[in-house]
Design a protein around this ligand. Structure first.
Ligand code: ATP
Ligand code: MG
Length: 503
């Protein structure tokens, strides 16, 4: 295998008349497009538009498609992952695929070991190459860290590092930044720029418009499996792109009014959590917060501020000490089960951890956590509930019986949300609830959160997207290094103040 420093330049990738169906659904119809070398080629479209499917065809995962693929004007067919890899195509998948029980270095070199003259694994060399790569990406953890100890964002960076180790000429990135902090995104963009200077062909999927305008040179838009536009980023406006994706104009992040009442729904006092690895240090330090009935409270903070940990602690998933009251009654929560019994629900940022059972239908997943105490499954009732969510959240699926593994990434996220909403909690905690969700569906989710608050549910929501917090929260708390450093009402808050308090 080659090292990080060896560069093979990119290739032009042309698709002609590509169509692909799954039983009962036509996902791509007659797709013609070109991805250019030395450029960042953005692939855009709503959840379920067919973006990931297209990339899976290009990596040989799906070989039963119609149409032709050309690399530098030569027709190619890939019938396996290996074919595509040999042709120089590598992909960073939407879902994390690391082995969390192995170290950083072991994951990096899995299936691509560096051997010494005796064909034995050259641990020293691999350690050096791994360290150089981590440095290049600005990653501060050691190559011997277990992957299970990394944050979701760090794991995502590692996925990217793994692909950079190969000598790929065409790099396909399926939502690489959905789990990254702003700082990590900047660093990744620097690396991508370097790759285009080396001449590599980058294909880049993202739902974040601002980032696409920063990094992409070209765009291709898919709507329901059909190309609705392609061209240069400098020659197109955001509005025009949205129209190509959605088919009409939409207003993003519009401000909505508060429905908070005076009764308190959740009170957390004196919450402390010990640092998991540094003895004598606190990870969360003296947290006090309150969420009123019908109130939407946001938590902002930079990566590592402790937002996710705080929600895990309140939910009984991490060990901490605190006094907690729900609806005015003091409660003891030592496990997620007790949290649910006390009227809490928690949508974590990690879809895998969420325990979406991919091999089960959507309806079973939605009804998974909702236990009414009876042993009899009322299928008609479950289906009605599922169809209700499919309609309310605009989940793109042929039916409620569709297996979750066949849904697109964004639609899986909507199922996760439905599953917890189905428990009808008093207090709903959300961690990055719209990660991987397209612009239009984000609006649907904001409307839904707002209507839940109107009906008396209380929402505590961590997010790294300031516009999202400003659009729907009644109040925003800011965390920094395990402490709450500021609290703003909806009227007081703005981007500047939030960022200042977060640093
Ligand atoms: N194995 C499969 N079986 C049946 N349907 C599938 C399968 N894989 C994908 N689909 C369907 O194909 C459509 C396109 O899915 P795809 O994953 O390509 O969307 P996407 O554009 O990547 O969306 P997202 O932004 O949510 O990731 C979706 O409606 C999805 O449900
Ligand atoms: Mg996708």
């Amino acid at each position: 295998m080659s090292t990080v420093n060896e560069h093979k330049s990119g290739l032009k990738l042309e698709l002609s008349g590509i169509s692909k169906s799954f039983p009962g659904v036509k996902v791509l119809s007659g797709v013609n497009l070109t991805f250019y070398p030395g450029k960042v080629n953005a692939l855009m479209g709503e959840n379920g538009a067919g973006k990931s499917t297209l990339l899976k065809i290009l990596t040989g995962i799906y070989s039963d498609y119609e149409g032709q693929i050309f690399m530098d004007d030569k027709a190619v067919t890939f019938t396996s992952l290996k074919d595509a890899k040999l042709a120089g195509i590598a992909m960073i998948h939407q879902e994390l695929s690391l082995i969390t029980q192995l170290t950083v270095s072991e994951n990096l070199f899995l299936g691509q070991e560096i051997n010494d003259a005796w064909s034995l694994p050259n641990k020293k060399k691999m350690g050096e190459v791994a360290q150089a790569l981590l440095d290049k990406l600005g990653l501060k953890f050691s190559v011997d860290t277990l992957v299970s100890q990394l944050s979701v964002g760090e794991q995502q960076m590692l996925e990217i590092a793994r692909v950079l180790l190969t000598d790929a000429r065409i790099i396909l990135m399926d939502e690489p930044t959905s789990a990254l902090s702003d700082k990590e995104i900047l660093r990744l963009h620097e690396v991508i720029r370097q790759l285009t200077i080396e001449g590599k062909t980058i294909v880049y999927i993202s739902h974040k418009m601002d980032e696409l305008f920063r990094i992409a040179d070209n765009y291709v838009v898919l709507r329901d499996g059909v190309v609705t536009g392609q061209g240069k980023m400098t020659e197109i406006s955001e509005e025009a792109l949205i129209r190509m994706m959605v088919g009409r104009d939409i207003v993003v992040n519009k401000k909505i009014n508060s429905s908070a009442q005076s009764q308190s729904a959740l009170i957390v006092n004196n919450l402390f959590m010990a640092h998991p690895t540094i003895k004598g240090k606190l990870r969360l330090d003296h947290i006090n917060l309150e969420v009123k009935k019908g109130e939407i409270v946001g938590i902002f903070g930079l990566m590592g501020a402790g937002r996710s940990e705080l929600l895990h602690c309140i939910f009984g998933a991490y060990k901490s000490s605190a006094s907690i009251a729900i609806n005015g009654k003091s409660v003891v929560i030592k496990s997620p089960r007790e949290a649910i019994a006390n009227g809490l629900a928690f949508v974590t940022e990690d879809r895998k951890e969420e325990g979406l059972v991919l091999d089960l239908p959507l309806t079973s997943n939605i009804n998974l956590t909702k236990s009414d105490g009876s042993w009899v499954v009322n299928e008609a009732k479950e289906l009605a509930l599922s169809n209700d969510f499919i309609q309310k959240l605009g989940i793109k699926t042929p039916s409620a019986q569709q297996l979750c593994k066949n849904l697109s990434g964004g639609n899986q996220q909507k199922v996760v949300l439905s599953k917890w909403l189905a428990t009808e909690p008093d207090v709903l905690m959300l961690d990055e609830p719209t990660r991987g969700i397209d612009l239009n569906a984000k609006n649907d989710i904001y409307e839904l959160i707002k209507s839940l608050a109107d009906s008396g549910m209380s929402i505590l929501m961590a997010s790294s997207e300031i516009p999202e917090l400003l659009a729907i929260c009644d109040r925003i708390l800011v965390m920094s290094e395990g402490k709450i450093t500021a609290s703003f009402s909806a009227d007081e808050a703005n981007e500047d103040k939030l960022l200042k308090a977060a640093i």
